[in-house]
Design a protein around this ligand. Sequence first.
Ligand code: ADP
Ligand code: MG
Ligand code: MG
Length: 250
Amino acid sequence: MLEVKDLHVSVEGNEILKGLSLTVTAGEVHAIMGPNGAGKSTLSAVIAGEDGYEVTSGSITFEGRDVLEMEIEERAQAGLLLGFQYPVEIPGVKNVYLLKAALNAQRVARGEGEIPAPEFMKLVKEKINFMKMDSSFLQRAVNEGFSGGEKKRNEILQMLVLQPKLAMLDEIDSGLDIDAMKVVAKGVNSLRDPKRGILIVTHYQRLLDHVEPDVVHVLVDGRIVKSGDKDLALELESRGYDWLVEESAA
Ligand code: ADP
Ligand code: MG
Ligand code: MG
């Protein structure tokens, strides 16, 4: 589904990703772990098409299409979605309108036409209940005054409504208390689907107690230095990252 090959990416002239390769197959949950500053967020941002990253070599393909040739909107419409693509507050724009606009953009791109308003409200209410969110949330401006936990829940809500083919979640577990994390994990688990790939970017193993990854990759200094199954995450939890940093420098 997603194939990243020998990707090199620079930010402001500094090389951040240094030959990263990664394959995600539909139906799988992949976790990208690694020390702070390794390039995890850079990877997900480059796949999603955010500005400010210069791809100097390598390739990214998604369902056989050259992702690097696609604009950010085209990528979203093709089903590549990074949670929290609107991490900033958007004063005056209600959450519910942003969700609806994003869903309709996708549907129109697929030639399906806009979703009827009652059908949309039914869908959103169902998902909001599932995420144990208050429905007043929909009427609030995007991210305005949201707590960290509310932003994270909102990110999963967006995924549940938009149903991307590849869902990428960056640090979805940071700053969550245990109850909020369980709700977020429940949301992520409900996204599991034979036709969907899920890429979870996380510094800590904590979320992976609740969302079992099929493949765990460790990103150190711009490269994937080790991949394994869920046991690798447990090993990292007990041993930290230093041994891999040393191995990768040797
Ligand atoms: P991680 O998510 O693994 O903690 P990041 O991808 O956020 O790491 O960052 C990797 C490296 O790239 C860091 O050294 C960071 O300082 C640098 N970096 C990321 N974004 C920018 C930017 N917009 N401008 C300058 N440096 C950046
Ligand atoms: Mg990073
Ligand atoms: Mg990061």
